[in-house]
Structure formats: C-alpha cells, structure tokens
Design a protein around this ligand. Structure first.
Ligand code: IPM
Ligand code: MN
Length: 352
C-alpha cells in the first residue's frame, strides 16, 4: 500500500492562499510521480476570519492540528488588523503550542537568481540557519509599568533554559552531520555583552559538541555574522542561533538568496507536527493579481516532503525549481518573473 500523509493547509492572508495553492499543485505532482498520497485539509485561520468572527484562533486549533502529519502555511498578516495581533495570535501561538522549537531556514542561491552580493554566485551562497524557535524575547516575559507617565519602564526578557538550548543544539549537530557538507556548525551569539545567556549557550555548545567529534565548531558574534554573511557567505555550512538573532539574520540571508519570494522555512518539532512557511509576508497589495512569486511556498513543500522522509520527491522538487530559475524566470519580484503565479506553479509541477 502506498504511503499517505494528512496535511493541514493554512492559506492565511493576502497572497498566502495563492502561493499555497501553487505549493499544493507541485506537491500533488510529486506525490503522483513518487507514489504516495497527500490528503489536504484547509483551515481558514487568518485576518479575514478574525475580522468576521472576532476570534483569532479557535481554542481547539493546536489539538486539531496535532492530528496531522504536517502543516503547510501560506502567509499571516492583514492590512486591516493591527500589526502583532495575527502574528502573535496565530503564527507564534502555533509555533509555541506545537512546540516547534527549531526554525529551519536554508539560505541557498539558485542559479539564475540575482543576488545583491557582488561577485557571489550559487557556489558561494548555500548554508542553513537553525534559529531556536521557543525562547528568547519571544516568550513574552516582561512588562511595562507606569505606562504613559514620564517614569514608564518596559522590560522584555531574553529567556533561555538549558533544556531549550540543548535540544536545539542537538538538532543542529544532527542536522550538520546529516547535511554532510563542510561538517561545520557555527554558533552565532553575543558572548561579549550578553554574558549570562550566551555563557549558557556557549558551554552547552561545547558540551553537546563533544558528542559530535566529526563536526567542527565555530563561534561568531551576531554583528560579525552579518558582516561575513555579506562578505564571505561561502564560509558557512550551518549556523545555530537564538530566536531574535535568528529572525534578523535570516532576513539578511533571504535577501542574499534573491529575496522574500524565494526564502523558505520550516518550524520543526522533531517529535511532533511541523509547520512549513515561506518567510515572505502576505504582500496584500498583490492579492488576487496572479503575479506573486510562489517559489518560496513551493520550496517549503520540498522541505516538508524531506521532513516526512520523502527525500527523492523533495529532491525532484528542488531540481525542478533550479531548472525554472536557471532557464525560465526573468526576476524574482512580483509581476517581473515573465510568468504568472499559476504559470510558475505549472512549470515546476511539470518538471518534477
Ligand atoms: C518570521 C517573522 C515572525 C517572527 C513574525 C511575523 C512574528 O518575522 O517568521 O521571521 O518574528 O518570527
Ligand atoms: Mn522574521
């Protein structure tokens, strides 16, 4: 009997449903070719639902989603909803409730895609950022007192437990080993200033790292990491970092690989249900125009299949993306690809 996977789809806001549809198209083509089945079920979580019902996310959302093999997400963010409500109430809530403690973000320049980095090509830009996804300032610990007065004071704490740090590091070492490229894991931190949190990270990094003698360990401060990601991206193999630093450096990484239209990511719970999402936002002004670039969502589909153990299908998707970027698309920007959103999906699906 062929394998079958149940996938929850959250198209979300703006162009999210359009790119998710192209992702599904390519996933279906891969399923047919490689002999497995994908059962998609749509969930209407997002800004429209919130504006209609006043509910950000149903109480039962996480419990429902836990029954699936994976979650495939388009984008969250609506122009009529105050920034922060949907991001915190849907995206971050699901990451936390489903304990997706790793945010996996490959930074890979595909052939034919232009990078703002001078004299760099696909042979230089191919590494992965493992962003810790459960701790740091994202926990929301802190508060504000005497708000609105001249004495008001706000605190937002950078929080990490040894358990959170260690599980992320183990994932990162395992990932670096499995990736089997330079076998180098770089910790990105700020040991010269954040002397408590990065004391914990650095000790754990070397203690856990001792169990992986085949993996070389490096350390970079976060500010220097930004510099080297621009000047010498070829130095990197896998970078592991904290939640906030990871958020920042992966946008920098995304622009070096051609921008938000191409950057894919996965929120991973290695023992639970993971959620794959393009890094780019909902791009509301392009909604319904069939011009948005679906490559990031399509690449997310590939990451999802790899995570589900369908390595050959994942590889076929990546090869088809590479063929399309190298030989067909003009540009990565919305409306500048030379093809519509649906045509790009068709091209990649055909090449799988
Ligand atoms: C990301 C986004 C989110 C984050 C926002 C939308 C909450 O920027 O996935 O990188 O900060 O994690
Ligand atoms: Mn971000």
């Amino acid at each position: 009997m062929s394998k079958s996977y149940n996938i929850a789809v959250i198209g979300g806001d703006g162009t999210g449903p359009e790119v998710a549809a192209e992702g599904k198209k390519v996933l279906n083509a891969a399923a047919v070719k490689f002999g497995f089945k994908l059962n998609f079920q749509d969930f209407d979580f997002g800004g429209e639902r919130y504006l209609r019902t006043g509910e950000i996310l149903p109480e039962s959302a996480a419990e429902q989603l836990k029954k699936f093999d994976s979650i495939f997400l388009g984008a969250i963010g609506h122009p009529d909803v105050k920034p922060g409500i949907l991001e915190k109430g849907i995206l971050l809530k699901l990451r936390f409730d489903l304990d997706q403690y790793v945010n996996l973000r490959p930074i890979k320049l595909y052939p034919g895609v232009s990078t703002p980095l001078k004299d760099k090509g696909p042979e230089h830009i191919d590494y992965v950022v493992i962003r810790e996804n459960s701790g740091d300032v994202y926990t929301g610990l802190g508060g504000i007192m005497m708000k609105g007065t001249p004495d008001e004071t706000a605190i937002q704490n950078m929080v990490y437990s040894r358990m959170q740090v260690e599980r992320c590091l183990r994932y990162a070492f395992d990932y670096t080993r499995k990736r089997n490229k330079k076998k180098t894991l770089a910790l990105c931190g700020k040991t010269n200033v954040l002397t408590y949190v990065f004391d914990l990270w650095e000790r754990a990094f070397h203690e856990v790292g001792a169990e992986y003698p085949d993996i070389k360990r490096e350390y970079y401060h976060v500010d220097a990491t930004c510099m080297w990601m621009v000047k010498n991206p070829e130095w990197f193999d896998v970078i592991v970092t904290t939640n906030m630093f990871g958020d920042i450096i992966t946008d920098l990484g995304a622009i070096t690989q051609g921008g938000m239209g191409i950057a894919a990511g996965g929120n991973i719970n290695p023992a639970g249900v993971s959620m794959f999402e393009p890094i780019g936002g909902s791009a509301p002004k392009y909604t319904g125009m069939n011009v948005i670039n679906p490559l990031a969502a399509i690449a997310c589909g590939g990451m999802m299949l790899e995570h589900l153990g369908e390595d050959a299908a994942a590889k076929a998707i990546e090869e088809s993306i590479i063929d399309v970027t190298a030989n067909k698309l003009k540009d990565m920007g919305a409306g500048r690809m030379g093809y519509s959103t649906t045509e790009v999906g068709d091209l990649i699906a055909k090449g799988v």
